[in-house]
Design a protein around this ligand. Sequence first.
Ligand SMILES: Cc1cc2nc3c(=O)[nH]c(=O)nc-3n(C[C@H](O)[C@H](O)[C@H](O)COP(=O)(O)O)c2cc1C
Length: 198
Amino acid sequence: MHHSILHINSSSRIQGSVTRDISTQLVHQLALQHDQEVIERDLAEGIAFIDEQWVGANFTDPDARTEAQKAALDLSDSLIDELKQARHIVIAAPIYNFGVPAVLKAWIDQVARARVTFRYTENGPEGLLKGKKAYLVVASGGVPLGSEVDFASTYLRHVMGFLGIDDVILVNANELGKAANDNADIKQQLAAIAAGEQ
Ligand SMILES: Cc1cc2nc3c(=O)[nH]c(=O)nc-3n(C[C@H](O)[C@H](O)[C@H](O)COP(=O)(O)O)c2cc1C
């Protein structure tokens, strides 16, 4: 069953963060619209990198894993549970140095698990997270979203598709010196989502 809204934040800023503000507005809107509980995952609080134990454990058959190997996958297991439970996934991502914040990359490394969230078939890789919709709230200081130096939104969209989530909406939260809360363009994008236009 997947009935929740998963809200993932990755900005290092807590105060004045454009992606936090706008994604929170979107999450409230989705929660009212779909009557779903919200799960908050704030990556700025810290997230472990995958390490040798993790990779070894993931390559070991689940039934053959030692206690230490199971423990090495604990965080990954719970992050994947959050994803599986979610019907809507809202990822708030500032562009940092042309890509996603390192904590968001670390989260992706934790949740992209062969045989759990994707698998290889005769026809190539197949994403195993089905029936979900993702919203990418992406902000930059200057890089136009979708331009050839935006490696964040294109990357995130690709990763979502790889995991089986093809229904992806990009909320362009480009800061460009504007205040997030009274940005008419953002209001319009959120209204279009509420009206089901995208
Ligand atoms: C460490 C760091 C790196 C950044 N790198 C870029 C960048 O490469 N390109 C860009 O357009 N903006 C860059 N920015 C600007 C942020 O994307 C922009 O301020 C965004 O609003 C930050 O998201 P937030 O408001 O949610 O914190 C960077 C900001 C920080 C703090």
